[in-house]
Design a protein around this ligand. Sequence first.
Ligand code: NAP
Length: 277
Amino acid sequence: MTKRRIVLITGVSSGFGRALAQEALSQGDIVVGTVRTEQAKRRFESLSESAAHGYLLDVTDFAAIDRVVADVEARIGSIDVLVNNAGYGHEGIMEESPLSDMRQQFEVNVFGPVAMMKAVLPFMRQRRCGRILNITSMGGYITMPGIAYYCGSKFALEGISETVGKEVKAFGIHVTAVAPGSFRTDWAGRSMARTPRSIADYDEIFDPIRQAREAKSGQQLGDPEKAARAMLAIMAEDDPPTHLLLGSDALGLVRDKLSALEEEMSRWESVTLSTDG
Ligand code: NAP
């Protein structure tokens, strides 16, 4: 009998994490999901009496991460796939936003996923197989005023993800950074941390962006269930991509960014080449 796949997903209370957990369960996977409240744990476990296992975990509690992963391996079985999904968006003009906001953003969106990878890799390396999906964002490629800390955290996770992928490939472990565009989750609603405005000079550039994001919350183009199916398809690939964009908005905006970058590199090429020797 073949072993049922065990998928560990952080942040299964809503959005992508919940959609992915539901889809994976319906495909026959065992899903270990992390949540932050007893109520969310009960709700998650009610999805399947036998195959949905909830763990209380804040991904900034690094000591707890090691305990949870060791417990899953001992009690439930070997983790085949880790999905680093838990994360949130900080919104605020950089000059207005305290460093403590940046620290928290990086604790959750960067240090948390890295700590999760560090915890599962010894087991995956020993077995010479495993999959890791890191949910980044199109904000890991493109930027706009008012989300400097968020984009910084997602650029960081893109870079770390790509690097780790190169480090572990020889052990049969594949790492994919999944960068969604705008999707209908709680990201821009209850989950977003918004720094209050304090410098009038930024009103013109930032107020319309903040208002538009609030107005669009819940009506974004992307469907999290379709994203979940796309992620499951990637998990089944023998040779999965290092980077995967999700959504037409992500594709268009990232392509524009890359061609603008190419144009800028060409324009300044002579200066770039002037420093050799
Ligand atoms: P969501 O519905 O707000 O879900 C976020 C999940 O992360 C929740 O389960 C939340 O748990 C959990 N979480 C937040 N902070 C945590 C912490 N410190 N420790 C443990 N869990 C924590 O939003 P989502 O869009 O599905 O977000 C999932 C990922 O997708 C995030 O990394 C986000 O940046 C990324 N993303 C979203 C979009 C989008 O448009 N939706 C686009 C690109 C990337 P609680 O319920 O306890 O808060």
